[in-house]
Design a protein around this ligand. Structure first.
Ligand code: SAH
Ligand code: TYD
Length: 405
């Protein structure tokens, strides 16, 4: 039995992944001797309807001066965040008297759009290396973890915020109530807190189990976010599906009673209930579906190995750490992983230690098969590689099922 981080009720885990490394620990060290591991399992709290990890490594082991994820590696995501920023400018009628705060701004991919429109903004970003990139763009960054104290600091110096934004960050933070308390303090009377996260509904429907790794302590549904918001006198007044990260949801919150609640919220919550996202039983056969993917993928990789085919992987994602370690995929089956992020180059992937090489060498490696770990960027990557991935070269996908394309 575990204690829910949101409502403190007891809950059980529904999958135990065993020992897992830090998902973004792409390290120069080939030996696993000094690598940190934790017992990763995930459960469903029937009281507040939330899905969460039962334990998480210390935040300083995950977010630090060598954080390996740089948001701006995807041109699709750049466009996505530009649109997000523009929608917020319109919704909140933001101008040069407004203040926007972003929780977890990373390299500034979202905030630079506000800077371009002369709208004041602050980013709160604990990982120093990515915060520095944002600062170099001319953005104001507080290099720290967002908390009630940081919210007070911003409030005292600059006043209340008209929009508090976040993307793929709130689901990383176990002390969720402190975050909501900070937001509640900092948000203007008519302010909006908009955040988006990988969506539980998509994870379950698509069996995108690789969204489960150390950083993602929560997998939110609309129902669970509505419940947390209510605990802080906030209303969830709108929810919008997003196609990013294999299926995300954007949540819009305001102070209680400040905004009309869109009919979309109720409609989507009803969809969740019809699908069973509010019931423990829904999660029970999730692991069976994952094991089917494991079986199919391992069989395929073994067969290709026996045929003497060259198999490499594309995208050293955090998600790939769950896939390779849970399935036991080593460099015996997948020679190496190519990635565009300089900090990941000439390192070894966490746990299974598959070499990670610079993207510039991808085509030269002349693979027969390419296992796509960055499957959530498939449209962008397929387009980028269309002249190379001709008919004698094939992609291997594994979400929602193993497929060769
Ligand atoms: N918003 C970006 C980055 C997501 S990666 C995007 O969507 O691409 C998650 C980011 O959250 C990392 O940059 C990490 O350093 C940051 N983060 C983790 N815990 C945080 C906290 N408590 N407060 C603020 N940022 C946090
Ligand atoms: P992503 O799937 O966004 O994140 P996560 O770490 O949260 O699972 O990571 C994309 C990774 O794929 C990142 O390391 C950069 C890499 N990448 C490429 O190598 N080439 C590309 O064209 C794209 C879009 C990403």
């Amino acid at each position: 039995m575990f204690n829910c981080l949101i409502c403190e009720a007891n809950f059980n885990s529904f999958i135990d992944f065993g020992k897992m490394p830090i998902a973004n620990n792409f390290s120069k060290n080939k030996s696993t001797k000094k690598d940190y591991n934790f017992q990763m399992s995930v459960g469903f709290c029937n009281s507040c309807k939330s899905v969460q990890l039962t334990s998480q490594p210390d935040r300083k082991l995950m977010f630090h001066e060598n954080y390996a994820f740089y948001s701006s590696t995807s041109s699709f995501m750049k466009t996505h965040f530009k649109k997000f920023a523009n929608e917020m400018i319109e919704l909140q009628k933001l101008d040069n008297n407004s203040l926007v705060v972003e929780i977890g701004c990373n390299d500034g991919i979202m905030l630079e759009n506000f800077m371009d429109e002369n709208i004041n903004s602050f980013g709160v970003e604990p990982s120093k290396n990515v915060a520095k990139v944002a600062e170099k763009k001319g953005l104001n960054v507080i290099n720290d973890f967002f908390s009630k104290e940081i919210a007070l600091e911003i409030l005292n110096k600059f006043g209340k915020s008209d929009a508090i934004l976040s993307a793929n960050v709130i689901c990383h933070i176990p002390y969720i109530h402190k975050i909501f308390e900070g937001v509640k303090l900092l948000l203007n009377k008519n302010g909006v807190f908009a955040f988006e996260e990988p969506y539980l509904g998509d994870v379950i429907k698509k069996t995108s189990f690789d969204q489960i790794y150390d950083e993602h302590v929560f997998l939110f549904s609309i129902l669970s976010v509505k419940n947390i918001a209510a605990m802080h006198d906030l209303d969830l007044f709108e929810a919008q599906k997003q196609i990013t990260h294999g299926g995300s949801m954007r949540y819009y919150l305001s102070h209680k009673g400040n905004k009309e609640i869109s009919s979309n919220v109720l409609k989507l919550i009803n969809e969740e209930k019809n699908y069973g996202l509010n019931k423990e039983v829904t999660f029970q056969d999730f692991n069976k579906k994952i094991l089917r993917i494991k079986n199919d993928l391992i069989n395929l990789l073994m067969e290709l190995k026996n045929q003497g085919k060259k198999v490499v992987a594309y995208g050293a994602t955090s998600k790939s750490t769950t896939v390779t370690n849970y399935f036991g995929i080593t460099s015996d089956l997948v020679e190496c992983i190519f990635d565009t992020t300089p900090i990941k180059h000439d390192t070894f992937s966490p746990g299974v230690k598959i070499p990670v090489l610079p993207y510039k060498d991808f085509r030269k490696s002349n693979p027969d098969y390419v296992l796509l770990f960055a499957w959530n960027h498939f449209e962008e990557i397929k387009e980028k590689e269309k002249d190379f991935m001709t008919k004698d070269k094939k992609w291997i996908l594994y979400v929602p099922e193993v497929k060769v394309i």
